[in-house]
Design a protein around this ligand. Structure first.
Ligand SMILES: Cc1cc2nc3c(=O)[nH]c(=O)nc-3n(C[C@H](O)[C@H](O)[C@H](O)COP(=O)(O)OP(=O)(O)OC[C@H]3O[C@@H](n4cnc5c(N)ncnc54)[C@H](O)[C@@H]3O)c2cc1C
Length: 240
């Protein structure tokens, strides 16, 4: 597709020692980490990396994190991590990792949940599920702004809006628990009319979030008539 980085699907690289070069507090419980990779290779928007932490006694914990950045940002990736209070890896990133720290990473992974320039595209994200969708949105804005892409982004409250300063006319936000003062937009969970309105002419849909969110969104997309083969999903975790 003209304008998109011509990246072929490749085997993920080997484990490499990456370096944190920047940390941004996105919301009270979400931080973005810019991470430089010595053996960087371009990813496709939607792909993820595996991150591995090793304790002094050799105990290891490994988790997957979607790339939030466009592959046009060469040399590294941005990961955006939601802090789970009872988690192992996400609190480590939040409470310990600072600029200059090193971390083992391997990727990019996944061939199915990737955007390759299909349009019109509808992105549907719940909570931190917006992360790989933001890679698609950012890449499309820079590489192929003429392609139609819209994002439906469901959050609990104003405090939970990740990438708040980057959400534009292509994004429809809905607040499920608490809306900001003076908010005249959508409230409540995603529903049939919201998805039907946004999906109008969509050729493909990408859905990411918790299991429950993905189930609901896929059901609504099918109701609008989008074929199952044109709905791509990514699930981050067990909770609703
Ligand atoms: C392909 C893929 C991409 C992912 N991308 C991202 C990303 O971009 N940003 C991000 O923040 N996370 C992402 N995740 C989730 C991430 O891999 C971890 O599962 C998450 O950070 C929790 O790890 P932890 O070690 O902190 O918690 P754990 O120690 O694994 O779990 C602690 C507790 O939280 C529950 N739990 C685990 N994961 C979740 C979750 N996602 N939501 C709610 N409860 C959970 C567990 O059941 C357990 O009770 C992704 C997962 C996958 C599979």
């Amino acid at each position: 597709m003209v304008g998109l980085t011509p990246v072929e699907q490749r085997a993920p690289g080997q484990w490499q020692i990456a370096t944190v070069s920047g940390v941004k507090q996105e919301t009270p419980r979400v931080k973005s980490f810019r991470i430089e990779l010595p053996m960087w290779m371009p990813h496709l928007p939607g792909q993820h990396y595996d991150v591995r932490l090793t304790a002094p006694d050799g105990y290891r914990a490994q988790r997957s994190y979607s790339v939030a950045s466009s592959p046009l940002d060469e040399g590294g990736v941005e990961l955006t991590i939601d802090r789970l209070d009872d988690g192992e890896v996400s609190p480590y990133f939040h409470d310990v990792m600072v600029e200059g720290d090193r971390v083992e990473m391997r990727g990019p992974f996944a061939s199915y949940f990737v955007w390759r320039g299909e349009a019109p595209a509808l992105l549907v994200g719940g909570g931190s599920g917006v992360v790989p969708l933001m890679a698609m949105l950012r890449h499309r804005r820079r590489a192929t702004p003429e392609l139609a892409m819209r994002l439906v982004y469901s959050v609990r409250s104003a405090d939970d809006v990740i990438y708040a300063d980057e959400l534009g006319d292509d994004t429809l936000l809905t607040f499920t628990r608490e809306m900001p003062e003076g908010w005249a937009g959508h409230t409540g969970r995603i529903d049939a009319s919201l998805i039907a309105e946004m999906a109008a002419d969509a050729d493909i849909a990408f859905v990411c979030g918790s299991n429950a969110f993905v189930e609901t969104a896929v059901g609504l997309l099918l109701e609008t008539g989008i074929r199952p083969s044109r709905i791509r999903t990514e699930r981050f975790g067990p909770s609703g």
